[in-house]
Design a protein around this ligand. Structure first.
Ligand code: AMP
Length: 224
């Protein structure tokens, strides 16, 4: 099973992705998480990426595209993957499509979580990151995933806020990129949507406004 996920920052894409990943036992390939691990580890890649990430800009395609295409070739991706945070613009979509065609790999499902910009922004400012597992959902503004005091609600790990999540200008930039239907992330989603309709790939649209549980029930029902 190979899945692409789209949704603005703050739409619950990571949370829903983690649920789907668990259901189908997929490798969760999350571009933002790979960058954050590299920043934490002080690698060359991390050093290059940090300045872009802190400002809410995209890390340049010449760094990001090979990083993800290489990641998808690793052994743990052989039996399936869920891609989160990539493709983030139209060029990345075209390059991914090209690489998949070359490798003879077909997508199975594309998921788009639809959410308005204002709601997404408020959610981002409340989200907290668990030190033990970035997929443990914690958000101080959402009752269903409220942290346990200042600790992770899943494992009790230490929580922190991402620096790019507390900066309104950076959030604005990330959303400008996401909602851009000409060459931004929605353009990437629609690129694959057009292909999906022609090629038997399922394109699932979800309303991201309800709580985590409702959205995941909707998702599971549509996944079948
Ligand atoms: P995320 O965790 O998906 O919100 O990503 C955090 C940051 O990592 C983004 O704001 C970008 O700076 C960078 N990033 C993540 N994915 C990509 C991508 N596909 N292309 C370029 N930059 C990315």
């Amino acid at each position: 099973m190979r899945i692409l996920t789209f949704g603005p920052n703050g739409s619950g894409k990571g949370t829903q992705g983690a649920i789907v990943k668990g259901k189908y036992n997929l490798s969760h390939v999350e571009s933002g998480a790979i960058f954050r691990e590299n920043i934490k580890g002080g690698t060359e890649l991390g050093k290059k990426a940090k300045a872009y990430i802190d400002k809410g800009d995209l890390v340049p395609d010449e760094i990001t595209i090979p990083m993800i295409l290489n990641r998808l070739q690793q052994d743990d991706c052989k039996s399936g993957w869920l891609l989160d945070g990539f493709p983030r613009n139209k060029v990345q979509a075209e390059k991914l499509d090209e690489a998949l065609q070359k490798a003879g790999i077909k997508l199975d499902v594309i998921i788009e979580i639809v959410l308005d910009r204002e709601t997404a922004k408020n959610r981002i400012m409340g989200r907290r990151l668990c030190a033990n597992d970035p997929n443990h959902p914690n958000n101080i503004f959402i009752d269903a995933i409220k942290p346990n005091g200042d600790k992770c609600r899943v494992c009790g790990g230490a929580l922190s806020a991402r620096s790019d999540d507390q900066d309104e200008a950076a959030i604005g930039k990330r959303h400008d990129i996401y909602y851009n239907t000409v060459d931004g992330t929605l353009a990437a989603a629609y690129y694959f949507k057009a292909k999906a309709q022609a090629g038997g790939v399922r394109y699932i649209e979800l309303d991201g406004k309800p709580g985590v549980k409702e959205v995941s029930q909707d998702l599971m029902a549509k996944l079948g």
